[in-house]
Design a protein around this ligand. Structure first.
Ligand SMILES: [Mn+2]
Length: 315
């Protein structure tokens, strides 16, 4: 993956290149789950990292390859990712809504292939269309439009869906950050939270942990006496400040970072307990896009999302 490859991906990805990139990423991520190693620790769907030298976090991309290219150029990705002590974490929602979901999939899988120990690909709700179907999943249509019905169906069912199942649900960064796509689960949690999350993609029919991680949203006001309410999305929940605080206490981290909602680049909720990051523009012209770039000293001295917001970079 070079700057030239990036430019190439904007012009249209060849079918064989896409397949090869997906196959390589699948093999790498499968091996990571088997060995438990990935430039950090991985147990099924749960990743734990020590504090990196530099950390970049990217929120929803939704098929916006132009924004992804700006971010990669912004961090100087070849030098950044060439050092395995630096980490680049994607919070999920690579696809749907924008015009180039295939290009985004190609680039993130190529990054994983080239820099496996520096790149962490997390799962968004748009990467769980079988487990939790939703109407705006336009990726299968885009793939068929680009490659024709037969090849399109083949790569979608045979490579893209298997890749989605290897994307992880939570990343914990030592005593600083807890990363998920949508939000933290509202149910009773105890010290077994690692175990519960790590197997959540296998137990999603019998508990709501995966659904909530992928679909929940933080809210300042909850319209009842409880700490959460059902979401207007029709799936997932709205959770209040007590739930965020409980997760930070339990995990020993300082800030929850998540994507999942358009905002003006970033948003802070729950008195600095949680930050929303949004990283695409093309499908959401009324909103702004940003990513997060911080160094180890920022994370070591971190108190809350207000401090963390000094690392927000607008694109
Ligand atoms: Mn989402």
């Amino acid at each position: 993956m070079s700057v030239a490859d990036l430019n190439h991906a904007s012009e249209g990805v060849q079918y064989s290149d896409l397949v090869q990139s997906l196959e390589s990423a699948i093999e790498i991520m499968h091996t990571e789950r088997k060995t438990g190693l990935m430039g950090g620790k991985i147990k099924e769907s749960f990743v734990e990292l020590s504090i990196p030298k530099k950390l970049a976090i990217v929120g929803d991309l939704h098929g916006d390859l132009t924004s992804l290219r700006s971010i990669l150029n912004g961090i100087g990705f070849e030098a950044f990712l060439g050092d395995p002590n630096n980490k680049l974490v994607f919070l999920g929602d690579y696809v749907d809504r924008g015009v180039n979901s295939v290009g985004v999939i190609f680039v993130v899988t190529r990054l994983k292939m080239k820099f496996p120990d520096s790149v962490i690909l997390m799962r968004g709700n748009h990467e769980a269309p079988i487990e939790f179907p939703f109407p705006s999943h336009d990726l299968p249509g885009e793939v068929v439009r680009r490659y024709g019905y037969e090849k399109g169906k083949l790569v979608y069912n045979g490579k893209i869906l298997p890749l989605f199942r290897l994307l992880t649900l939570a990343t914990m960064i030592d005593e600083s950050l807890f990363l998920v796509h949508g939000g933290v689960p509202t149910g009773d949690v105890d010290n077994n939270f690692r175990e519960a999350i790590s197997t959540a993609d296998q137990t999603y029919l019998s508990n709501s942990i995966m659904e909530e991680i992928l679909w929940n949203d933080p809210r300042e006001e909850i319209g009842n006496e409880d700490a959460w309410e059902y979401s207007r999305r029709g799936i997932g929940k709205h959770f209040g400040v007590e739930i965020s605080r409980k997760w930070l206490r339990l995990s020993g981290t300082k800030v929850i970072v998540r994507g999942h909602e358009p905002c003006q680049g970033y948003r802070i909720d729950h008195g600095g307990s949680i930050m929303t990051l949004f990283s695409c523009k093309e499908p959401y012209p009324k909103f702004q896009a940003s990513y997060l770039l911080v160094a180890n000293q920022d994370l070591n001295s971190l108190n809350d999302a207000i401090m963390l917001s000094q690392g927000v970079v607008r694109i």
